[in-house]
Structure formats: structure tokens, C-alpha cells
Design a protein around this ligand. Structure first.
Ligand code: DP6
Length: 327
């Protein structure tokens, strides 16, 4: 069997996925929209071999935790079923960022694994089928398969819940400056968080408003209306975090620095610097601006103490093969 390597970007959600209709199939309760990130990614090499008695998975130079191992093995099982093989696999994977920081590492991880493992198992899946496969590993991973600006249509069953590209990477010069304020792993994973979403009294109101919001953000993307687009980003972030904060038990992913940076961004806007925040399930702030404003935002950030790391991302293509293998 052929050793195969794939690279997949992480993505940042503009309209977010929070709450599942079916946790096992990872079917979302609402559609979402995201952008693939050029500088946060996973590279994964997979080889199925008759010499292996069990799956062997190595991540970032070490063995992985039992629960992660189970999740990866289950994913390999899905691939084995699709390919009609029983062979075990060797998997080596490398992330270029720290895990569990609100930078969705499961997205790039399961997107890269889906592409590398399916081809290594001898099957060639369409982008749509790859997206469905990646979704079964981690919901947001289905958005890391297509290129650029991506929509995940919630669908009504497993086959109809997948992502496709709305615009290619070159379409718009959007930049995501990822501002890490803490590199420790978060305490409540997004998988656990999704389960709590429905407990919030605000959840239904959120879902009811999403159709309109999806329509509105798509219009701003079509017209490249950056200001209106940015306003929707912030409104959506605060809306999702309001649901998080009001679930039972409540989730509070922000830290003091997170809020300090959110406030700073709003002050910069008063001075004419057009940048907006969006935040996933962690304390990390994603600053969305246009390419021409990156140096101004970086200059502003230099005045804030306690920032652990900055990663500047342009829009990227989705999962693709690499010729160089990790083993
Ligand atoms: C807040 O895709 O990480 O980042 O499907 O359980 O793996 P699982 O969850 P995951 O959830 C992502 C949640 C989010 C919003 C988003 O990316 O849309």
C-alpha cells in the first residue's frame, strides 16, 4: 500500500458551529462559514501495512493520549470500511502550533488524516465525500477540505452535511492575526461544550437568528463590504459566547487579556484602524483585517503586554497532498 502525506489548514469560523443535531454523526444544528488559515496547519503521513498488529500514531514527536488515540483509530476504521481493507496503519502527524488554545487543531488534524488515510488505503474520494469523512472526525474539519472561504451546509443527514468553497483564497485580501494569550490546553473541549449549548436559554434565539445572519454575511462577502462584514463577525462572536456563558454549567473561555484585546480593537476602530475580533472555544483572539492594515495592527499589539504568540494568516487553500513524507 502506498505511503501518503497530506497537509491541511486550520480554519477560523466567521459564523460559528455550536451545538449538534446528532453528536455521533457530528451533524450541526446550523450552517457555518469559515476561512482557511495559511500559517496554522497539520501535516500527516499514513501507511497501511500488513506488518502492523495495531494502529500506531505519533503526534509532534510523542505518543498521543488514550482518548485522542481512540478518536484517531475510529477514524481509521471509517476509512478501512470505505476501502474494504483490514490493515492497520502507521500515522505520523505534525502540528505547527500548540494544541487546545482556541486554535482548532482538530480541524486541520482530521482534515489531513482524512485525505492522507483515504488515499493511502487506495481510494480516491470526491471533495464532497472527503468533507463528509472529515466531519465525522471533527465537525469543523469538514471546512478545512475545500479552498479559501468555505460554507458548511448543515444538511439533513450525513451525506448532505458537508462543506464547499464560496470563494478561492485570492478573492479577498483578508488576514487573520491570531493573538495567543495562553498556550495551555483548555479545560473544556469543544466536543464537551457542544453538548452544553442546548442548555442555554439563549440557544434557540441564537439558532433562529442564524439564517438571517448567514444571508447577511454572504452579501458582505459578495460586495467585499469589509466594515459590515467585520460588524457581523463581532456580533456573532459575542452571540456564541453568550450561549456558552449561559449553558449549565456555564463556560467561560475568555481571560482578562482576551477582553483587553477586544476592547483595544474597538478603540483602534475609533481612530480609523479597521480591524475586528472573532473568538472560538478558547481565550485566543483572532483579529480580522485587510492585508494593507497588518503592520498597523501589529504596531498596536506591540503596546499590549503579555501576548504569548502572534500568527499572521492569509486565506489558504484546503487539504492537499505533499510529496515529502514524515517517515
Ligand atoms: C467554537 O469542530 O472542534 O470552534 O465536532 O466536537 O470536534 P467537534 O467540535 P469542533 O467545534 C468547533 C467549535 C468552534 C466554532 C466553529 O469552529 O465553528
Amino acid at each position: 500500500m502506498k505511503k501518503t502525506t497530506a497537509k491541511a489548514p486550520s480554519n477560523i469560523a466567521f459564523i460559528k458551529y455550536w451545538g449538534k443535531a446528532d453528536p455521533k454523526l457530528r451533524l450541526p444544528l446550523s450552517s457555518s462559514i469559515s476561512m482557511n488559515l495559511s500559517n496554522i496547519y497539520t501535516i500527516t503521513t499514513v501507511e497501511f501495512s500488513k506488518d502492523l498488529k495495531e494502529d500506531k500514531v505519533e503526534m509532534d514527536g510523542g505518543m498521543i493520549r488514550q482518548e485522542e488515540m481512540t478518536r484517531v483509530t475510529k477514524h481509521l476504521d471509517r476509512v478501512r470500511i470505505l476501502a474494504g481493507i483490514k490493515l492497520k496503519a502507521r500515522v505520523k502527524t505534525k502540528n505547527n502550533f500548540p494544541k487546545g488554545t482556541g486554535v482548532a487543531s482538530s480541524a486541520s488534524g482530521f482534515a489531513a488524516l482524512s485525505l492522507a488515510a483515504s488515499r493511502a488505503a487506495g481510494i480516491k474520494l470526491s471533495k464532497r465525500k472527503l468533507s463528509v469523512l472529515a466531519r465525522l472526525g471533527s465537525g469543523s474539519a469538514c471546512r478545512s477540505i475545500p479552498d479559501g472561504l468555505v460554507e458548511w451546509q448543515k444538511g439533513i443527514d450525513s451525506n448532505s452535511s458537508y462543506s464547499y468553497s464560496l470563494y478561492p483564497p485570492k478573492y479577498w485580501s483578508l488576514v487573520d492575526i491570531v493573538v495567543m494569550v495562553d498556550t495551555k490546553e483548555k479545560k473544556v473541549s469543544s466536543t464537551e461544550g457542544h453538548e452544553l449549548a442546548k442548555e442555554s436559554p439563549f440557544f434557540t434565539a441564537r439558532v433562529n437568528g442564524l439564517r438571517q445572519k448567514l444571508k447577511a454575511i454572504k452579501k458582505t462577502m459578495k460586495n467585499k463590504n469589509f466594515e459590515k462584514f467585520g460588524e457581523i463577525l463581532e456580533e456573532e462572536t459575542l452571540n456564541m459566547h453568550a450561549v456558552m456563558m449561559t449553558s449549565i454549567p456555564p463556560l467561560l473561555y475568555w481571560q482578562g487579556k482576551t477582553i483587553e484585546i477586544m476592547q483595544a480593537i474597538r478603540n483602534w476602530r475609533q481612530e480609523g484602524l479597521k480591524s475586528y475580533f472573532t473568538i472560538d472555544a478558547g481565550p485566543t483572539v483572532h483579529i480580522i483585517c485587510l492585508k494593507k492594515d497588518v503592520s498597523s495592527v501589529k504596531r498596536k499589539l506591540a503596546q499590549i503586554s503579555g501576548i504569548k504568540m502572534l500568527i499572521v494568516n492569509q486565506m489558504a487553500k484546503g487539504a492537499h497532498f505533499l510529496n515529502k513524507h514524515l517517515f
